[in-house]
Design a protein around this ligand. Sequence first.
Ligand code: ADP
Ligand code: MG
Ligand code: ZN
Length: 642
Amino acid sequence: MDEKQQRPRRPWWLWLIVGLGVAVMLFGLGAPSALFSGSEEEVTYDVFLDALEAGKVKEVQLKSGTLYYTLQAEAEAKPTQAPQLNFGFRPLTSSKKTKVYAVTAMNDPNLVDRLHAAGVTFSENAGTGNMLLLVLIQYLVPILFYVAIFSFFFRRMGKLGAGGGLMGGLGKSNARTVEGGEVKTTFADVAGQDEAKESLQEIVSYLHNPQEYTEIGARMPRGALLIGPPGTGKTLMARAVAGEAGVPFLSISGPEFVELFVGMGASKVRDLFKEAREKAPCIVFIDEIDAVGKKRDGFGGNDEREQTLNQLLSEMDGFEGNSGVVILAATNRPESLDKALLRPGRFDRRVPVELPDQGGREAILRIHCDRIKTAGPIDLAAIARITPGASGADLANVINEAALCAVRAGRHAVTQKDLEDSVDVALAGKQRKSMVISQHEKEIIAYHEVGHALVAARQKGASPVHKITIIPRTSGALGFTMQADEDERFLMDKQEAFAKIVTLTGGRAAEELCFDSVTTGASNDIEQATSIARAMITRYGMSESFGMTAFEQVVNPYLGNDTAMNCSQETAARIDREVIALIEKAYEQAKTILKDNRSKLDEIARVLIARETITGQEFMDILNAPVALPAKQEPGEAENEG
Ligand code: ADP
Ligand code: MG
Ligand code: ZN
């Protein structure tokens, strides 16, 4: 997207000072002081005169009352000098080999004549003009350098006091500003989520026409909080509001407030709201607000974050009723937000943005599908059916993966098969064609998967089988059985929950029944079965002995459904026993079903091994076909073999 982004700039002269400072530190400091470094040998005046008399003196330099001189012989032994940078001041010598002698100058008016007569190179280093510059560079630049560094860090640590400090421009809000009319996203880009759109439509019309609201004396909600799981389009929705309203859109993400340096967050909030007031009417969008808005607790906690939050709260209070600034925020952890943020007058409107239902999924798929080239009949409803629980972002990704898949295959358009394969990729990873699996293992995997499918098909309340495959996947899955409901389900009764567990145990049951051994392949099934069984007992009140008591609470409904146990040790142990019993019962039931359908199990597994993937339809056809065994005749559905 082509957005003009405004970022704070460092002043150019700061860089100049830093550059000069570095230069002085690298080259300058040592050079001028080489002469006075104490390496010269101090001699008395008569020693100097003797040397001069003997014609040994080569070079003399007078400097602030001291004569520095070198001797002939030693000077000739001097090796080639390395070039030196020394700011217009040539030291007498800088080679360590050449000895420099120093002698205090006496009042000796004939010295110059004698030096001349002896053919000595001599000079006086008056230096005052030069020296001034030298001192300036030598001392002032490093000082400026340190001042610059310190003030840079102090600025980062916050604007100490009210003043602007030495340097402007640092500590800006970092908000990305998109000018009015430049946000191209509209409500048309957001599929489903009609209720959320409706809630936000009011804000849009207020921003379009604030007078209508002020005339009647209505006060607009200051802020709306978009809450929902990740990838459901919260960020997208906020942009769409700005796009619809055609006002500037200032967006910043919560984590950007909480910086390494203390006090920055609060000053960023201040700057953000200052900018917003200048740009009003406009929308301020704070993404992932939980990063700053987390509950303040009594245990010290993160001072920086709390200061930022306090600043945010006070800025939100600072608005007059109809200032034209609307604040949107998004989070997937509403339960962790500070109560003060949620009270009326701040984020007084909550807009839930939930996972899409079947119709919503289809609509989202359609929006993203319209952006790619397709070929042949495309049935998006079928894709929506097999993607329960997918978010908008997941679905956008499914479409994109399908397009990538088509490109890989050298085609110019996406087909229905690409889309279906793409769902598999999203679910279980890419196919691992290179993986070599022995015939025996292949058989075990096939029986395991058919075990799931058969148990599902033979139970009331289980979802129909959509696909069975034994192609290994990059996620580590060696095969999977996909089930899909014709219509979306919103409730699950006890029988269905139990049927789910029975289906999950079907894989292991088939292994045990047919190979008389168990493998590690069922680990994921076991995990899922356990969590359903546990939820039935501790959260859904589906256990006879406990009844309607909750022993677990979901702590973050939008992120992974983590739970917190809330019961005594003794109850926890009883719950564990009950979970074990429930799963054991399910496992026995699965084994019974498979025993009763043993010939079908063998037959379907054989077909699956040959074809690697079979559809739900093919599966049902084999299952419903009369058994091909010559001895037995079974009427349709309910077959029972001894
Ligand atoms: P969130 O902020 O809720 O985590 P985003 O708004 O960043 O999710 O959504 C990520 C992407 O998923 C969007 O850029 C869009 O492509 C897609 N997406 C999500 N929800 C929808 C939707 N309702 N309609 C269309 N696309 C959606
Ligand atoms: Mg987001
Ligand atoms: Zn399994």
